[in-house]
Design a protein around this ligand. Structure first.
Ligand code: GDP
Ligand code: FO1
Length: 307
């Protein structure tokens, strides 16, 4: 069954891993957020694409959920000595990917082409697609001014007030080649349990994508990243509240209600079901906390069975 999967990095990667075991990998198109991308040391870094690629290639650092397993940080240490910024922990093995991608982009490849070449090199048979080849930058509004997502998330450890989030240059962007075809042609669309504001929000901000999700006659199904009023990890609730979305499973449903058919939520949130169904979204109750590979595979199997 062909699936178009919308995802961010670490949370989404858990479900992507499960699906890659339970479905034929070549039938999966993974449409990834690039609003978190950042240029550091002159290198183009695409954290969410890389997290998904490392996960599919089986080389992700399982403890952190990002980066390459067993990586070392010697280059970064020396960069620090030379007075370069080193708050963003780029491992030695991870750096190889940023160097290769940056060269490809400098020589004229699009981000989608560079991603496809890097995927082939790692033996990935799913389609891994950036949401767009154009730069759409997630910017976080704070009392000190507007900062990039990585400055907010990594440099400031999300310990700063947020008054809003913008997707800079989204209006000028176009979906990457393949994105619309997969959304229209797949047997179903899956929205991963990713941050609705800074992972799925940027994807939906690319003109045409939200409309395609509304327009497809195939099921669109999301897994909630919020369980019992809190995210499993990270600042999802803070960011939802900052953009005026209720930080609950209901807020997730309402945010996607215009295109979403089914929301899979945790048993802890069953009391929200009536309110969610009243905004036109069906609900399904399942354990959605994924602590190990078996949890990821079980949830993937449940989603496939639903479809
Ligand atoms: P990021 O790009 O690294 O921020 O990753 P995502 O946006 O893909 O994922 C972040 C979200 O994943 C957070 O809102 C978490 O609550 C959610 N998340 C993490 N682990 C789990 C899990 O096991 N189950 C569910 N349902 N959500 C999870
Ligand atoms: N997350 C951190 O919390 N600290 C880091 O230093 C860090 C470095 C990093 C390097 C490469 C990469 O692909 C991801 C990295 N991440 C780091 C994770 C990243 O900030 C987040 O997963 C996403 O951008 C959130 O969407």
């Amino acid at each position: 069954m062909t699936l178009a999967i919308l995802t961010g990095g670490t949370g989404g990667a858990k479900l992507v891993e499960g699906l890659s075991h339970e479905a034929a990998p070549e039938e999966l198109a993974i449409i990834c957020n690039t609003g978190d991308d950042v240029v550091l040391h002159g290198l183009h870094i695409s954290p969410d694409l890389d997290t998904i690629a490392y996960t599919l290639a089986g080389i992700v650092d399982k403890e952190k959920g990002w980066g390459v397993a067993g990586d070392t940080f010697s280059a970064l240490e020396l960069l620090g000595k030379y007075g370069e910024e080193n708050w963003f922990k780029l491992g030695d093995r991870d750096l190889a990917r940023h160097i290769a991608r940056t060269r490809m982009l400098r020589e004229g490849a699009t981000l989608a082409e560079a991603t496809a070449r890097l995927s082939a090199a790692l033996g990935i048979s799913s389609q891994l697609l950036p949401m767009s080849n154009d730069r759409v930058e997630t910017r976080v509004k704070t009392p000190e001014g507007e900062i990039s997502f990585q400055e907010y998330f990594v440099k400031r450890r999300w310990a700063v007030d947020v008054s809003g989030v913008v997707y800079k240059d989204a209006e000028k962007s176009r979906p990457a080649p393949g994105v619309m075809d997969w959304i229209h042609g797949a047997a179903a669309v899956i929205v991963c349990p990713s941050n609705p504001v800074t992972s799925i929000g940027p994807i939906l901000s690319v003109p045409g994508i939200r409309k395609a999700l509304k327009g497809t006659r195939k099921p669109v199904i999301a897994v909630s990243p919020i369980i019992a009023g809190a995210p499993v990890a990270g600042p999802t609730d803070k960011l939802m509240a900052a953009v005026g979305v209720e930080p609950s499973v209901f807020g997730v449903a309402k945010n996607y209600a215009d295109f979403l058919d089914i929301l899979v939520l945790a048993p802890e949130d069953r009391n929200w079901r009536t309110r969610i169904e009243a905004v036109g979204v069906q609900t399904v109750e399942q354990p959605i906390r994924m602590n190990d590979l078996e949890d990821k595979r079980r949830l993937a199997r449940e989603l496939l069975a639903l479809l």
